[in-house]
Design a protein around this ligand. Structure first.
Ligand SMILES: [Zn+2]
Length: 412
């Protein structure tokens, strides 16, 4: 077993130890696994992410140290430090370990914040925490509750921050499994250990935990609750503590300020401004839909008036560089419905260059087959029914040729 120094002191960042075993990397550029007799490095466990830092030879240059990029827990209870090095160090070497302080402090703030938060959810609304996740940006807890109201979230946030401001001592205690029975732990501890390590937030929360924690709740700084979402077993609450909360609030503020600048308004007016803009967009697109409909109808009437009849049928052949698929489809519908003897072969160059072939109901051609045949000549794709078909071609300059091909095919 590795002697875990952080069990007794979360603020111990530098320590001395000895390498007991090295598992050399199997491949070049891979990481070697280093075991020590004692360590202050925290391995990923209990929802908390591992520390990073350095291992340097105690005798010699600190610059000759190895970067510790990951720390994990083995099944036998030992802690393995993964290091990046060309050559693995030798067992028996005395080393100095140093943990990255900023990262550790951040983890302590998040993890202690989680204990306060979970206890606050229990105290105010009797919602137990079933899991804890520490991410790169945000952390989250899952609550076992069928409902979670926004007002409850706000209330818990105020309460949790009050506990932070009261600067209550956070102590580490070791008790036997037996003694723990009567202590009223927030959740039942794992039964596989004789001795339990408890994190005691004075007169507020007592839970079994192997993590690294602040010495006083004031060191958590602040607890900011963010997104809540329904998950399989209850509700997930995202949160950030300490410097992360400050950074997150700053980022939110910058985002809101940028949004407000678009409207030349105050950040608090952004939701109304967005709502107003969306309404304007909606009504503008209704107007334009209406206008396009009218335009298509007028254009269809004109095209029919100009079209020559052949064997009692009118064949309208047109390509529009400045129109899109939606418009020529609309136009084709108008053309083939306004009169009973119309075949319309249309191309549109705007957006994805496209074709729409259509005929009035009852005419004998097969538009789907004609379109498939046509696009096959120029590397396009498409299809449809007997009366209406659409497709795309790779380039706008192929439209004219494609339509001419289809018209010739019809007349043959
Ligand atoms: Zn914990």
């Amino acid at each position: 077993m590795t002697d875990r120094l952080y069990y007794h002191d979360s603020f111990l960042y530098d320590f001395e130890g000895e390498i007991t075993e090295v598992v050399p990397a199997a491949e070049i550029n891979a990481r070697h696994g280093v075991f020590l007799d004692r360590t202050a490095f925290y391995p990923t466990s209990g929802g908390q992410v591992h520390d990073t830092g350095w291992l340097s030879p105690a005798a010699g240059n600190r610059e000759d140290g190895f970067r510790v990029t990951e720390v994990a827990e083995e099944e036998d209870g030992r802690v393995v430090h993964y290091i990046e090095a060309d050559k693995a160090p030798q067992p028996g070497t005395r080393i100095l370990g140093s943990v990255d302080v900023a990262r550790r402090r951040d983890h302590m703030q998040q993890h202690s914040g989680q204990h306060v938060l979970s206890a606050a959810f229990i105290r105010l609304f009797n919602m137990p925490t079933v899991s804890f996740h520490m991410g790169e940006d945000a952390c989250s807890i899952d609550l076992d509750t069928p409902v979670l109201q926004p007002e409850q979230v706000e209330e818990v946030e105020l309460f949790a921050n009050q506990i932070v401001q009261e600067n209550r001592p956070v102590e580490i205690r070791f008790v036997t499994q037996q003694a723990a029975q009567d202590l009223g732990l927030r959740k039942p501890p794992r039964a596989d250990k004789d001795e339990l390590r408890l994190i005691d937030i004075q007169d507020f929360d007592l839970s079994a935990c192997g993590g690294t924690h602040v010495g006083n709740t004031g060191q958590i700084g602040s607890i900011l609750l963010r997104k809540t979402e329904r998950v399989r077993q209850g509700w997930r609450v995202e949160f950030v503590c300490g410097q992360r909360a400050v950074k997150t609030a700053r980022r939110d503020y910058i985002t809101l300020t940028e949004a407000a600048a678009q409207f030349s308004g105050h950040i608090w007016d952004v939701p109304q401004q967005v709502k107003k803009s969306l309404e304007e967009i909606r009504s503008a697109s209704k107007v334009s839909e209406h206008l396009l409909e009218e335009l298509a109808e007028l254009q269809a009437a004109r095209l029919l008036a100009e079209a020559d009849s052949l064997n009692g049928r009118k064949i309208v052949v047109r390509s529009y560089a400045d129109r899109d698929l939606g418009f020529i489809r609309l136009l084709a519908q108008k053309l083939t419905r306004m009169e009973t003897n119309v075949v319309s072969l249309m191309g549109a160059g705007q957006g994805q260059p496209s074709l729409v072939f259509a005929q009035s109901k009852g005419l004998p051609f097969d538009m789907g087959a004609l379109l498939k045949d046509t696009v096959a000549t120029c590397g396009g794709k498409g299809g449809g029914s007997k009366d209406m078909a659409q497709g795309g071609v790779p380039r706008g300059d192929l439209l004219e040729e494609a339509i001419a091909y289809a018209a010739a095919k019809l007349n043959s």
